[in-house]
Ligand binder design. Sequence first.
Ligand code: GLN
Length: 454
Amino acid sequence: EAFNARVAEASALNAFLVATPDHALAAADAADAARAAGETLKPMAGVPIGMKDLFCTAGVRTTAASHILEDFTPTYESTVSQNLWNAGAGMLGKLNLDQFAMGSSNETSYFGNVISPWRRRDGGNAALAPGGSSGGSSSAVAARLCPGATGTDTGGSIRQPAAFTGISGIKPTYGRCSRWGTIAFASSLDQAGPMARTVRDCAIMLEAMAGFDAKDSTSLQLDVPAWEAGLSGDLRGKRVGIPKEYRVDGMPAEIEALWQQGIAWLRDAGAEIVEVSLPHTQYALPAYYIIAPAEASSNLARYDGVRYGLRDLPDGANLQQMYAATRAAGFGPEVKRRIMIGTYVLSAGFYDAYYTQAQKVRALIARDFERAWEQCDLLLAPTAPSAAFALGEKSADPIAMYLNDVFTVPSSLAGLPAMSVPGGLDAAGLPLGLQIIGKALDEQSVLNAGLAIE
Ligand code: GLN
């Protein structure tokens, strides 16, 4: 009831698109009943969470923050959300995001931007971006509207918003969480994960969310490790690599200082620190902004006015004109930009020049990490090259916005687990995040390093 009240009170943040107080209360009642009956409580019994509005929820409107799905109510439940309900959690509501998860500031939402609960200490009272695309999730957790929220991460959408709002979030290894019932952006990159106040809460939530699902062909057929039980802040025997290519030009001194502080914390926890090289890092961002739009242009072809959501049928229009009118009205400018880029790089004349090249770069990035693992078990880097920026500051310049993803996309391209944990505050009092990247399937070491920093 307290969380339901918080959600209603804090509507100015625009974090929730839909509130589902009864869903949360039903989970709480079920937990009470189980307790009264002396049953063992489920791992998330009664815990009320927020659900990014990219996960289909049966009977609850699911929009991907778009106009084209504004009136879409799925008849089915995503595997990840179902797994959370099976673990006893309840839903406070559906969280705002960048439209179809495309963005780094939550400003591409059809339902308006989300506001971060943080403000600069140095007087500037401008509303700050909560990061994106999981900006509703980050803002809601940071403002204590919910103890945890789901996110999805294609190129950083769990980690960068977590960093901007002083919370934790982990993107697991690609394939750990089923993509079934999660609205697709770029299928070879999309991964669900938790966003929460603490590393332990992330471990608990991730355990509930993950698991093999026959309905997703890329789901990993592996048991879910007992990550929470395995949590330890002791890093003795672990080697942590510091990738020198992440020391990019123009990185604020405060981010560099945060990184040094992170190194000191991990050393205190027993880790050995080594410098490593990921030589193709500079090509990750351009490759990502070819591959992700290419896959998006294909995935979003299904929104044609026939099967889902909006249909714009001008008088006398034929089928072609109906498609065009629906898509013109239904998609926002950033989504259209991605579809244009994606169809361009996949077109016959440019496929080899762009898409094939980007796939080759992706293989080189993955190989960089493989080589690094010969020298270390984990990597430590900043999550983002800046603290939260003001709403509107980058929205007119897509390239400036894309550049904010420079530290998060390499591990996405390689499918590796990566986490952001709060590292401290900058001079303006804004949170900065530290990122830990791990070997495939080694979420445990990533979480443990997160705990050591936290
Ligand atoms: N900011 C990146 C993009 O706009 C990542 C988004 C995401 O991870 N969903 O593509």
